[in-house]
Design a protein around this ligand. Structure first.
Ligand code: URA
Length: 237
């Protein structure tokens, strides 16, 4: 990798600021000042061999997090009216170069609670969320009206949602109480769970996501808390 690109990627500076730092002589490679921005770095040099103002630089590893989302937060990078899930993350927990690189893998509505996956790895995000991969997402649903037993077959057959050209893919509904159910879906359509219940004449009043692609929200995480995914969770599907 080029020196200026590496300095930017590992420090959180913009490419322009990184270039200035190199040209000013603030960057050393293996203890020797280098002002040539196009210098190509070896793997070893990218692993602690470059310093900026005497501090060794390292590139960030991709980041994978699970967050217990509360109500009132939107899954967007910025929002004029509401706080975003990124406001719940503490910048000090991350490599500076990851600022602005984090993305949500599968959004939740503002009034939905539960598991939100956040990553800097776009390929992983795609693998988790692509509808073609048919990764299950499990929701706990509370409804305004009682859930009739025939809802199980209707969800299994697929429902026509208003405005959509195709019926929903088979979904597994497990009724857990008169107004409560668990639902596993493999698609990620807009407001899908709420619209599926609306399609059978019911209304979702509480919605919580328990798992995505086999990754289950950790019981020990309170609302607003997050943790780094284990390697097994990252690679487990
Ligand atoms: N389906 C919904 O209707 N809302 C969500 O937040 C997630 C799935």
């Amino acid at each position: 990798m080029r020196l200026d690109k590496f300095v930017a990627a590992s420090s959180g500076l913009s490419r322009k600021q990184a270039t200035l730092e190199v040209r000013r002589g603030n960057v050393q490679i293996d203890g020797v000042r280098c002002k040539r921005t196009a210098t190509q770095l070896s793997d070893a040099q990218q692993n602690g061999g470059v310093t900026l103002n005497s501090a060794a630089l390292f590139t960030a590893k991709p980041l994978y997090l699970m967050l217990h989302k509360p109500k009132g937060y939107v899954c967007a990078n910025t929002d004029a009216d509401h706080p975003t899930v990124f406001d719940l993350l503490n910048e000090r927990d991350f490599h500076p170069s990851l600022q602005g690189q984090l993305q949500v893998a599968g959004r939740l509505d503002i009034d939905t609670t539960g598991l939100v996956l956040i990553t800097s790895d776009g390929n992983w995000n795609h693998a988790v969320t692509s509808p073609n991969k048919k990764r299950g997402k499990c929701y706990q649903v509370t409804t305004a009206n009682p859930i009739a037993d025939d809802a199980i077959a209707l969800f299994e057959q697929g429902l026509d949602l208003r405005g959509d050209s195709k019926p929903t893919k088979p979904a597994k509904l497990t009724i857990t109480g008169s107004h409560c159910a668990e639902l596993e879906i493999t698609e990620g359509r807009y407001h899908q769970v709420k619209r599926m219940f609306a399609a059978i004449g019911n209304k979702v009043v509480e919605l919580h996501r328990a798992s995505v692609a086999g990754i289950t929200l950790d019981d020990s995480l309170g609302l607003c808390e997050y943790r780094i995914l284990t390697p097994e969770e990252v690679n487990g599907f």
